[in-house]
Design a protein around this ligand. Sequence first.
Ligand code: ZN
Length: 144
Amino acid sequence: MKIDEFMETIKQIENFYGKEMIDEQKKIWYENLKNMSIERFRYLVANLYKTSKFMPKLADIFEINMTIKSIEKKVEVNQQHCDKCKDTGYIIYKQIIKNGDKDVIYDYGAICTCNRKKQYKGWEISDERYKSKYYTPLATELGL
Ligand SMILES: [Zn+2]
């Protein structure tokens, strides 16, 4: 991911949790996350909004990444290139969330029709801390 894409998502996290991250922390996060695609990062963060009451730590990002990875199906080798999601398996969409008295726009991920990624279902997570009623919507469900 590019630094400006990263910073935009960090800004969203700060707004969501009403807390600022110090520059030193942002630097460390970016150093550790820059090889991740922005789509994946946004997707993980969107999951944390629903499951984490507190400002996530870098370790939480990696943990939820592993948790989700373990429920994702292996990509079929013969899968066709998908233009809709650029082969990421996710379609990012915007949603307006009320945060106190202001409306904030957040990025969320929906599962693309190419079925590269398995749908996230919070209640199927074995780790109690991440168990939730939250699930990743299907793109078809949202008409994307
Ligand atoms: Zn796709």
